[in-house]
Ligand binder design. Structure first.
Ligand SMILES: *Cc1c(COP(=O)(O)O)cnc(C)c1O
Length: 425
């Protein structure tokens, strides 16, 4: 029983791929711990956690057990008018883990949907207050998802806003900070944001941004002071702050949530990706009692959203098991160890001619090249070295499962060096 690669190429769409020139995909038959097993039996160390999600590693006994036990009872029931223990327990955990003001949880089915939900909450909040506010201020190089509203606040160039002009709402993009996470804070880094905010403050429904780490829009790490100043400005003018922690949540940056680096709380928080430890698609949008109650005091009398698979019990059960693992706290030592190893092993890569810069934070390592890399070619080199890394553009980056062992992480960094050395300058 082999995977029909030809059928895949002829009929199956993969993320951001062309039907005219589909690149071949690597057939994976199983995944255990930090390893992906290819159909030919080769085992690759996973540097991507399947896009930030498989933080505890694959085929985890506790997550398996949670899924199997829940499946015996019920995989899904509608959430309209019905509730169940997996969802209630999950929301209890999320309320307990997140900053104190966040008390109301909306379970969504993917990260993009949780962003749509956050934006709709902000719009309904202002409508209920009798103000027409429909503009969002965000940062360049951001990424918030692929659905329309999420895309409208994602970096205009990265998400090709021009393609959808006339259909996509036009929001406001401030320069994202130039200074890195641990560079000295340069107050000028906040100037563009402040100017745009103040000029548009009466139209702004909310600011939406990824705290500290901008993910798919550029893998940039910025200074916590920027986030503190955003919070202060929002407070001063009563504008809502939406933090998208879909990528950064659950320990990835070295704090449970990236907002903690700046010691702030958003009014609305989006979570996803690692929520189920990478098992199933599930996301959540949390907000304060004040925002939720204001939303529901408006003309509609409720929050206007309700996906078919909302609160899916199977996904909630696995998320509960994943959050139990998080709450046991091993992630802290694991992420700190990964960070220390990246701090030691990444800087030498900066000497390679193709490399522009390297950076790391928590369990995230980034090598930025001068020119976009040839993904198919460099990926072949990584696979040859027994490692799975999927670069995009000028970014060769890793965010491995937290359980990766030092020798395995060494192999991942060596494979990065190997692939980059083979890349023509
Ligand atoms: C991945 C991501 C999303 C979108 O989540 P999906 O589950 O792919 O819809 C939104 N925001 C951020 C910061 C992300 O990293």
């Amino acid at each position: 029983m082999t995977i029909d690669i030809q059928f895949d190429q002829d009929h199956v769409w993969h993320p951001y791929t062309s039907t005219l020139d589909p690149l071949p995909c690597y057939p994976v038959t199983r995944a255990d711990g930090v390893h992906l097993t290819l159909e030919d039996g080769r085992r690759l160390i996973d540097g991507m956690s399947s896009w930030w999600s498989a933080i505890h590693g694959y085929n985890h006994p506790r997550l398996n057990q949670a899924a199997a036990a829940q499946m015996e009872r019920m995989s899904h029931v509608m959430f309209g008018g019905i509730t169940h223990k997996p969802a209630v327990e999950l929301c209890r955990k999320l309320v307990a883990m997140t900053p104190e003001p966040l008390q109301k949880v909306f379970l969504a089915d993917s990260g993009s949907v949780s962003v749509e939900v956050a934006l709709k909450m902000a719009l309904q909040y202002w409508a209920a207050k009798g103000e027409r506010r429909a503009k969002f201020l965000t940062l360049r190089h951001g990424y918030h998802g692929d659905t329309f509203a999420a895309m409208s606040v994602t970096d205009p160039e990265n998400s090709m806003h021009s393609l959808y002009k006339g259909f996509l709402p036009e929001h406001l993009f401030a320069d994202s900070p130039e200074g890195g996470f641990s560079d000295p804070w340069d107050p000028a880094d906040f100037d563009d944001f402040r100017l745009m905010f103040v000029a548009n403050r009466h139209q702004l429904a909310a600011v939406i941004l990824e705290p500290i780490v901008q993910g798919a829009g550029g893998m940039r790490f910025y200074h916590p002071e920027f986030l503190r100043q955003v919070r202060a400005l929002c407070d001063e003018h009563g504008v809502l702050l939406i933090c998208d922690e879909i990528a950064t949540g659950f320990g990835r940056t070295g704090k449970l949530f990236a907002c903690e680096h700046a010691d702030i709380s958003p009014d609305i928080l989006c979570l996803g990706k690692a929520l189920t430890g990478g098992y199933l698609t599930l996301a959540a949008t949390l907000t304060s009692k004040h925002v939720a109650d204001t939303v529901c005091s408006g003309e509609a009398g409720c929050f206007m959203h309700g996906p078919t698979f909302m609160g899916n019990p199977l996904a909630c059960a696995v998320a509960n098991a994943s959050l139990d693992l998080i709450n046991e706290g091993h992630w802290q030592g694991q992420v700190a160890a990964i960070e220390a190893q990246l701090a030691e092993r990444l800087p030498p890569l900066a000497a390679l001619p193709v490399v522009k810069s390297v950076r790391w934070l928590g369990a995230i390592g980034v090598v930025e090249t001068h020119e976009p890399v040839n993904v198919a070619e460099i990926q072949r080199a990584f696979v040859e070295q027994g490692v799975w890394i999927r670069p995009f553009g000028r970014l060769v980056y890793i965010m491995p499962p937290y359980i990766i062992a030092p020798a395995q992480l060494d192999q991942v960094v060596r494979a990065m060096a190997f692939g980059l050395r083979q890349t023509p300058a």
